[in-house]
Design a protein around this ligand. Structure first.
Ligand code: NAD
Length: 497
């Protein structure tokens, strides 16, 4: 599909290119046997291939390409070539194309969900939720309007407009491989950029299929995807062509991305790690906090990673938490009633097991869990450690798995100080029946998102991003759109001739 340039110099998608609900339903379903890089609208394989591992069975997932530097160069050239014509397509047309892509993904929801469980490990009902969230995020992004700001100053009109940056690269982690790719694609594309997606080597196939699907809605070169080995992220972030890197992943890698991007002053959005505290005041009676610590097996950037409970209720609260946690079923994602699937990959499995090794080494008190099942698959039992030392690894680092410390506080000041005692600043939640008190605590927390009496609430119309070393910039909302744009200020002075 190619944009058509009209007589007034504007570009538009030809009517046959615009996909509506009905035309989408007319498409052949995607095939889930072969997986390709997508370069300039073409599905390509590579000489060398590799595969990820199903974390529940340890069986091989399908083979995927291993992109070379030459593939990167060709994708960059195609993205650069597609940029100007795509940027010239009117905003409303680009919005329609993103909406059509969202409809197309929704039509393929079941196939994507099943594959997500196989590749990523998450239980099938959570996989379906990821797909629903991906579709909703794309639709919400497409519904946003980029403002043109105007001011008058005497004889001058001053206009601020937002123009696309050029070629973007979207680097995606393995915990929400579809959701996080769609968020990057929608924001980049609606604002008139082109984008190359790099899925995680641990979950490459779903991301490849997503971009294969996107070819039905966008011209060649507008949305591309490359799967590869550990070299690929470096090649993409060093490459001189991109104007922007949108990275979601660990703080450790985020720093490397920023360093590579600095060579040509690429814009960066960095969505990084977190160590979210939940502050539980003494006036609440809740036992389902465990849900927010153990969903996706704890592999969520803004999962609760420290539970801070008022000392007056800590024993009662701990007992309720233990009871709730014991009821959470661990298993393969298609088994009935499973809440925790396996940890996603062997590297992560070994890392999380390292925190279990600390239990014996540091004589930690286990409230629940503490021993892992063994056998096939990267399964970890949800575990709560009762009041470890404030400087223990479990309190300071992000395990990114289902093990969480339970800590206590005596005053609100102490809770705030403990909550902020981290170089992360992604999210936090405050739980209290006294809303004024909860709000007062919330305002003193150094985090990009703070919830009161809830956690995980996410509205794609609102900005999301980290304070401190949890990131730079925002995704979602108008701030997310503007992160793919340059601002241009025009001073228009009228003179009489
Ligand atoms: P990771 O940093 O290991 O990898 C993320 C991506 O970066 C992968 O695609 C990887 O291949 C790529 N990569 C690795 N080295 C690179 C390099 N030198 N240059 C460019 N790219 C490179 O992270 P992960 O283990 O996949 O994901 C888990 C982390 O992501 C956790 O810390 C989690 O908190 C964070 N995360 C943050 C958010 C957020 O929105 N803030 C969301 C999800 C996950």
């Amino acid at each position: 599909m190619t944009p058509v340039v009209t007589s007034d110099g504007h570009a538009s998608l030809s009517s046959s290119d615009r996909k509506t609900d009905s035309s989408v339903s007319g498409h052949e379903p995607l095939s889930w046997v072969s997986f390709y890089n997508v370069i300039n609208g073409n599905l390509e394989t590579t000489k060398e291939t590799r595969c990820s591992i199903n974390p529940a069975t340890e069986e091989n997932n399908p083979q995927v390409p291993v992109a070379t530097q030459e593939d990167v160069d060709r994708a960059m050239a195609a993205a650069q070539k597609a940029f100007k014509p795509w940027a010239a397509v009117p905003y409303a047309e680009r919005q329609k194309a993103v909406l059509a892509f969202a409809d197309g993904l929704e039509a393929e929801k079941e196939a994507f969900s099943k594959f997500l469980t196989q590749e990523q490990g998450k239980p099938i009902h959570f996989a379906r939720m990821e797909l629903d969230a991906a579709v909703a995020w794309m639709r919400a992004t497409a519904a946003l309007e980029l403002p043109v700001e105007k001011t008058n100053d005497g004889d001058k009109e001053i206009i601020v407009r937002y123009t696309p940056l050029g070629v973007a690269v979207g680097i995606v982690p393995w915990n929400f491989p579809i959701l996080l790719a769609t968020g990057k694609i929608a924001a980049a594309i609606v604002t008139g950029n082109t984008i190359i997606i790099k899925p995680s080597p641990f979950t490459p196939a779903g991301g490849l299929k997503l971009v294969e699907l996107a070819q039905r809605y966008f011209p060649p070169g507008v949305v591309q995807v490359l799967s590869g080995d550990d070299n690929l992220g470096i090649w993409l972030t060093y490459h001189p062509t991109p104007a922007k890197i949108s990275f979601t992943g660990s703080t450790f890698t985020g720093k490397k991305v920023m360093e590579s991007a600095s060579k040509t002053l690429k814009r960066v959005t960095l969505e990084l790690g977190g160590k979210d505290p939940a502050i539980i005041c003494e006036d609440v009676d809740i036992d389902d906090i465990a849900t927010f610590a153990f969903l996706n097996s704890g592999q969520i950037c803004f999962a609760i990673k420290r539970i801070l409970v008022h000392e007056k209720i800590i024993t009662k609260f701990r007992d309720a938490l233990v009871k709730h946690t014991k009821a959470l079923k661990v298993g393969e994602g298609n088994e009935e009633g499973v809440f925790l699937g396996p940890v996603q990959n062997l590297m992560q499995f070994e890392r999380v097991k390292g925190f279990f090794a600390d239990i014996e080494k540091d004589s930690l008190k286990v409230a629940v869990g503490g021993k892992n099942p063994g056998g096939k698959g990267y399964f970890i039992t949800p575990t709560i450690i009762d009041q470890p030392a404030e400087d223990s690894r479990l309190v300071v680092e992000e395990p990114f798995g289902p093990i969480v410390p339970l800590l206590s506080f005596a005053t609100d000041e102490e809770a705030i100080s403990k909550a902020n005692n981290t170089f992360y600043g992604l999210g936090a939640s405050i739980w209290s029946g006294d809303i004024a008190r909860a709000n007062a605590i919330a305002e003193k927390i150094d985090a990009g998102t703070v919830w009161v009496n809830c956690h995980f609430e996410m509205d794609p119309r609102m900005p999301f991003g980290g304070h401190k070393q949890s990131g730079i910039g925002n995704e979602q909302g108008l701030a997310g759109l503007k992160s793919y744009c340059n601002s241009q200020t025009l001073y228009l002075r009228k003179i009489s001739v």
